[in-house]
Write a protein that binds this ligand. Structure first.
Ligand code: NAP
Length: 287
C-alpha cells in the first residue's frame, strides 16, 4: 500500500525495463515492514544530470545505477566512497539529507557470494578472471584486497583494455598478469583454484557460447563462478561440471550487491533469503 509517507527507492538505466531489482527490493521492503517502494526509471544519458537534480528535489531515498550511467553519474555526486572511486563506478546512491553519496556494492556481492554460497572464507592463491569490463573492475578490486590471492591471471579479448585495467588497479604489476582470452593456452587456468567469468559470453540470447574455446584446462579442484545470471545455468558451468568442478552462477552476486545497497539505504539487515527467492522466481521463470 502506497501512503503519504512512502519513501521511494529506484534504479536508473537505459534500458531498464528488464531489471530484476524492483522485484528483489520490493520483496525485501515488504519483509522488513517498511513503508518504502522501489521503482525503475528509464533515464537517457542526456537526462542524467536532470534525473539527479530530481532525486534531490523529490527526496528519493536511494537509487541503484545501471548501464550506461555507472561512470557518468560520479560527476553529479557530493561524496564518493573510496572503493567506488578506485573502481571508477557507482552502482548505489544514498540521499543523506540532500547530500548524494555514491557507493559500489558489486565487489561486496562478489565476495559474499563466494563466502556464503561457495564456502570460500579464504580465496585460493591463484585466480583467473575472464573479462575486463565494468563488472571485472569491481571484481579485480575485491580480489586485490585479499592478501592470500598472490596471482590473478586476467584474460580478455581486447588485451589493451585488460592492460589498462591492470595498470589502474595494480600499477606496480605485482599480482596481475594479462593475456589475450583467445590466445591463452590454458596454463594459468590449470594452476588456479578459482575462475570467474565476467564477460557477457553465454548470456541470453547466446546461451550456447562459452568464453573458453578449450575447456580441457578446467579441473575438479576449482570453483567456477559465472557472474552471468540469465540463464542461471550457462555453457561454461556445464563445461566445469563435466570435469567435476564446483560451480556458481551470478544470482548470488546480484542478490548480495542488492542486499548491501538496501542496508546502506535503510540501516537494517537485508532479508537475503527473501531477496534471493524473489530473484530466483524472476529468473527461473524467465530462463
Ligand atoms: P561490459 O562492461 O560491457 O564488459 C563486457 C566484457 O565481455 C568485456 O570484457 C568484453 O570484452 C567481453 N565480451 C563481450 N562480448 C564478447 C565476445 N563476443 N567475445 C569475447 N569477449 C566478449 O559488461 P559488464 O557490465 O562488465 O557485464 C558483463 C557480464 O556480467 C554481463 O553478462 C552482466 O549481466 C554480468 N554482470 C553480473 C553481475 C552480477 O551481479 N551477477 C553484475 C554486473 C554484471 P572486450 O573488452 O574485448 O569487449
Amino acid at each position: 500500500m502506497i501512503t503519504g509517507r512512502t519513501q521511494i527507492l529506484g534504479v536508473i538505466g537505459d534500458p531498464v525495463e528488464h531489471t530484476s531489482s524492483p522485484v528483489m527490493h520490493n520483496a525485501a521492503l515488504q519483509a522488513l515492514g517498511l513503508d518504502w517502494a522501489y521503482v525503475a526509471f528509464h533515464v537517457l544519458p542526456a537526462d542524467l544530470q536532470a534525473a539527479l537534480r530530481g532525486m534531490r528535489a523529490l527526496q528519493l531515498r536511494g537509487l541503484n545505477v545501471t548501464v550506461p550511467h555507472k561512470q557518468a553519474v560520479m560527476a553529479e555526486l557530493d561524496e564518493i566512497a573510496a572503493e567506488a572511486r578506485i573502481i571508477g563506478a557507482v552502482n548505489t546512491i544514498a540521499n543523506e539529507d540532500g547530500r548524494l553519496c555514491g557507493y559500489n556494492t558489486d565487489g561486496y556481492g562478489f565476495i559474499e557470494s563466494l563466502r556464503q554460497e561457495g564456502g570460500m572464507e579464504e580465496l585460493p592463491s591463484q585466480v583467473v578472471l575472464l573479462g575486463a569490463g565494468g563488472a571485472a573492475r569491481a571484481i579485480l578490486h575485491a580480489l586485490l584486497q585479499r592478501p592470500e590471492v598472490e596471482k590473478i591471471v586476467l584474460l580478455n579479448r581486447t588485451v589493451d583494455r585488460a592492460e589498462a585495467l591492470a595498470g589502474d588497479l595494480d600499477p606496480a604489476g605485482l599480482r596481475v598478469e594479462v593475456e589475450g582470452l583467445e590466445e591463452h593456452d590454458g596454463s594459468g587456468i590449470r594452476d588456479a583454484g578459482l575462475l570467474i567469468n565476467s564477460t557477457s559470453i553465454g548470456m541470453h540470447p547466446n546461451e550456447c557460447s562459452s568464453p573458453l574455446r578449450n575447456a580441457a584446462c578446467l579441473h575438479a579442484e576449482m570453483l567456477v563462478l559465472d557472474i552471468v545470471y540469465k540463464p542461471l545455468h550457462t555453457r561454461l558451468m556445464e563445461q566445469a561440471e563435466a570435469v567435476g568442478a564446483r560451480v556458481l552462477n551470478g544470482l548470488g552476486m546480484l542478490v548480495f550487491q542488492g542486499a548491501r545497497a538496501l542496508e546502506i539505504w535503510t540501516g537494517k539487515k537485508a532479508p537475503v533469503a527473501v531477496m534471493k527467492q524473489a530473484a530466483l522466481e524472476r529468473f527461473g521463470a524467465a530462463s
